[in-house]
Design a protein around this ligand. Structure first.
Ligand code: HEM
Length: 97
């Protein structure tokens, strides 16, 4: 999945942070995210697909609202989107709190 999401043939300027690229595919109007389109499969795909995907989709706004409501968010220098592979793919230089 990492290789697909960083493939310039799949995603032009793959290393740039461009969330608007996920708003819609020209041919379909949007991207299915449940695992049928491997260009964007945030829950994985196949036999090991995330069993919590429906719960995730139903509750992700709540997680975000809780974080925004519970903490004061201020800029702290430039956000570094470098990645490092540990048990999962994590930010190399995490956000600080
Ligand atoms: C937005 C929320 C979530 C995202 C983006 C996410 C993403 C993922 C991904 C990418 C995998 C690996 C799939 C693969 O190996 O192909 C995974 C696996 C898994 N997820 Fe999630 N997940 C989310 C929420 C949840 C929730 C809410 C639960 C449980 C309540 C959950 C339980 C699991 C479990 C148990 C696995 C391991 C499945 C296996 O290896 O057979 N996830 N998830």
């Amino acid at each position: 999945m990492w290789a697909i999401t960083h493939d310039e043939k799949v995603w032009p300027e793959a290393h740039e942070y461009k969330p608007d690229r996920f708003l819609g595919a020209p041919e379909s109007g949007n991207f299915p995210i449940m695992g049928s389109d491997l260009r964007l499969a945030p829950f994985g795909a196949g036999r090991r697909v995330c069993p919590g995907k429906s719960m995730g989709i139903a509750t992700v706004e709540l997680w975000l609202a809780q974080l925004l409501g519970s903490f004061k968010w201020v800029p702290c220098g430039e956000v570094d989107l470098s990645e490092t592979l540990k048990l999962s793919l994590e930010m190399k230089n995490p956000l600080v709190c």
